[in-house]
Design a protein around this ligand. Sequence first.
Ligand SMILES: Cc1cc2nc3c(=O)[nH]c(=O)nc-3n(C[C@H](O)[C@H](O)[C@H](O)COP(=O)(O)O)c2cc1C
Length: 242
Amino acid sequence: MSTLHSPVQVGPFEFAHRVVLAPLTRMRAEAGARPGPLMAEYHAQRVSEGGFLISEATIAAPNGNGYLGAPGLYDDSQIDGWKRVTDAVHAKGGRIFLQLYHAGRQSHSQLQPDGGAPVAPSAVLHGGVAHTEAGWIPNTPARALTIPEIAGLVESFRSAALRGKEAGFDGVELHAANGYLFDQFLQDGSNRRTDIYGGSFENRARFLIEATEAVISVWGSERVAVRLGPSGTWGDMSDSDP
Ligand SMILES: Cc1cc2nc3c(=O)[nH]c(=O)nc-3n(C[C@H](O)[C@H](O)[C@H](O)COP(=O)(O)O)c2cc1C
């Protein structure tokens, strides 16, 4: 316990102790995936002087939503709400990283801006449910991203990271665990591509590495983290060689 409560240096930050709030999707965003006052209260309640927390997963591109009520940073209109969250955390002497993600196939056509198929590395159905206006309902089939679309998503992560800076975050974590889009590329149960984004592990990691480099171009490497969940099976995930 004495170690748990002792200070720790993490990159440019010194935290007063080692208890960190894990990112937790609460689905309390307002219309347009904009954070409201409830989200500022929630995050600020969970930090104290010298503490550190990671925001709930935040959608980086308009087609990246898997949960009605999840917040975004794919649009400038979402910056102000996040500024209220970071101001509330900083007022208590804490630090907060922005967790950026894309749900990929863990989505539903009702959550897509054009009502179309969710996007994924390959057209492999996620046998789970999505949170929509109709409640929790089975995911609809995904379609495979084209290479230009993947390049576009890398730019979406760069832009969302820039908005995160404007919103006053202390850094960014990319969510590459729990069966969302990055994990769908990493694990071969969901990645059946035969181009430069599929096959070898290096190829399956390419999208995550490109997005990480894009975010580092905005924040510098000391303020960028990646969450991995090796061998994670949640989200209908599998790999032939975990
Ligand atoms: C309701 C709920 C929402 C979650 N949302 C996120 C999330 O947005 N981002 C993330 O990286 N992990 C998320 N997780 C995973 C948690 O961060 C954590 O890894 C998981 O709950 C395991 O820790 P525990 O055993 O202490 O619950 C979520 C978990 C739960 C139960």
